[in-house]
Structures are given as C-alpha cells and as structure tokens.
Design a protein around this ligand. Structure first.
Ligand code: CP
Ligand code: NVA
Length: 306
C-alpha cells in the first residue's frame, strides 16, 4: 500500500475527494461509527494558533477511539533548530498520522518527504486543503449543486482561496473570484489549474460583478496569520470587498455565505451578515470535524501502517 499525504487538494483524485466528502456527510447524518482506531495516535504540530482545525482534528481522532497529542512548535526541539527531516522520522515512530500548521508550505512538504506516516496540511501560507473540502461539504449539505451554481470568492486570494481553486479544478466546477489587484491567487497555480484540469476560473477586481447572481459566497480575513505587518495597507485596499447587506443584494435571494472563521466583524464581513439568515458559518465550522473524521479514516486505512 502506498503512503498517502494530504498536503494539498491535488494529492487526491476527484473520486477520492467525493468519497471523503460523502463519507463525512454520512457520518454527520447517521452518527454511527466503530471505534476502529483505538491505540492509534494523531500528532498535531502547530506553529500558529488554531481553534477549529486543532480541536476538530482532536475530536475526530478521539471519536474513532484514538488519541491526539498537540505539540506547539515552541515546545519542540524544532524551535531550537532540530531539522524538520529529523523530527519527521522520529515522530513517525511514535504516532500514526500528523497534522502540521506552518508558516511555509515547504516545511510541510519537507516533513512529508521524510515521514513514513500520513501527513496532513492543517494550513500553511499557500493552502488550507482541509478547509476547502469541509466547505464543499457544507455547500452540498445546504442543497447547492456544485455544477449548476455560481460559487464565488470575495476578498484575498489567500491560502483558503487557493485550496478552493484546486478543489474547483479537481472536481470540475466553475469558480469566480473577486480580489483587489495584486491579491489574486498565485498566477502559476491558476495556469496549472487550467492546464491540468481545463477549469473555468474567472478572476476579477470587481466584487459587484462577481457576486451578481451568486449562489454561494465565500470570504476570509483580509490579514492572514503571518501578514500582520501588512495590516494597514490591506485594510485600505480590501474595503470595497466587504460582504455587507448592500453587496449581498446583488446575489441570488437564496444565496449562502461561508466564512472559514475566525471572522473580523466590520472588516471582511459585517456583523449583520455573519449573524444573518444567509450565513452558514456555524455548520461550516462543525463540518470540519466530520470531514476530518472521514479524512483520517481514508488516510489511515489506505496505508494500513499499524
Ligand atoms: N478555519 C480554521 O482553520 O480555523 P482555526 O484557525 O481556528 O483552526
Ligand atoms: N487565511 C487565514 C485562515 C485562518 C483559518 C489565515 O491564514 O490566517
């Protein structure tokens, strides 16, 4: 059996992605599972804070009967310069899978290169693949058809947006983004998405044009973790991209609004919209746990490493 990692969405095939999302929906609906990972341990190494990703992964592993160990970067020898490649080989002897949240995507790639257990990206500067999959799960749960809906991203072309681009490309649905000039997703990624999957990805600098008749509206913070130094400029540039009542009037009346959270009320989204009837953010946050259960099952069973 081949060792599988999930460090970007494109590590999965289209069929595997739908299998994981459908399994997550089934777990959530039926609330039935065996405690089949008793004695198995999930390690979590986080360089940045987390509420949802950390706790939903820990809960997911515990629901399967397993355990989770949270390791803050500063408590590991990593913080004193022990190489990633050494940490990866040592951790592989202690735990059965690991979730990493790092500043740099390369750190996760390096870890995966030396690990002999599945490695999961719990967010990096480039991607947040688990988020995109649980977001798609939420879209489906809310009865939206991926292939006949206008699914849009308004705001920063950041890590979450880039994982959405990969998901749209892989699954084959159209995706529309409105980002300020210079804050679009990586052009190389967009080129690759087109080349590999012939995807229709529309990018504009005009949020009003993109949100028009949208069925699904997604946004995220203007200042991601690690970008605090750019805060002032970003607050200014992103202003017209706020999801507020006025902008939402242009979307379809039954549109849903997603935000991966944490939200900055009054910046990328207003309090009124976040707490309003179109917002699905609490279900979206819950779905991370179900998706992570399905993902852990998929990765642990596909490698049968224990
Ligand atoms: N959405 C998300 O990843 O949240 P956390 O930063 O709390 O994990
Ligand atoms: N784009 C945000 C997502 C937080 C879950 C960040 O990287 O900080």
């Amino acid at each position: 059996m081949k060792l599988r990692h999930f460090i970007r969405v494109w590590n999965l095939s289209k069929e595997e992605t739908f299998k994981i999302i459908n399994r997550a929906l089934e777990l959530k609906k039926n609330k039935k599972w065996e405690r089949k990972f008793v004695g198995k341990i999930l390690g979590l190494i986080f360089e940045k804070p987390s509420t949802r990703t950390r706790i939903s992964f820990e809960s997911a592993m515990i629901k399967w009967g397993g355990s989770a160990i949270y390791l803050s970067y500063k408590d590991l020898q990593l913080s004193r310069g022990e190489p990633i490649k050494d940490t990866a080989r040592v951790l592989s002897r202690y735990v059965q899978a690991v979730v990493l949240r790092t500043y740099k995507q390369e750190t996760i790639e390096e870890f995966a290169k030396y690990a002999s257990i599945p490695v999961i990206n719990g967010l990096s500067d480039r991607y947040h693949p688990c988020q995109a999959l649980s977001d798609v799960m939420t879209v489906l749960e809310k009865g939206k058809d991926l292939f006949n809906s206008k699914i849009v991203w308004i705001g920063d072309g950041n890590n979450v947006a880039q994982s959405w681009v990969e998901t749209a490309a892989l699954l084959g649905f159209k995706f529309y983004l409105a980002c300020p000039p210079g804050f679009e997703p990586d052009p190389e990624l967009l080129k690759e998405a087109k080349k590999r999957y012939k995807t229709e990805i529309t990018i504009s600098n005009d949020p009003k044009e993109i949100i028009k008749d949208a069925d699904v509206i997604n946004t995220d913070v203007w200042v991601s973790m690690g970008q605090e130094g750019e805060s002032e400029e970003r607050q200014r540039v992103f202003k017209p991209f706020q999801i507020n009542k006025e902008l939402l009037k242009l979307a379809k009346p039954d549109a849903i609004v997603l935000h991966c959270l944490p939200a900055h009320r009054g910046e990328e989204i207003t309090e009124e919209v976040l707490e309003g009837s179109k917002s699905v953010v609490w279900n979206q946050a819950e779905n991370k746990m179900w998706l992570h259960m399905a993902l852990l099952e998929f990765l642990l069973e596909s490698v049968k490493i224990f």
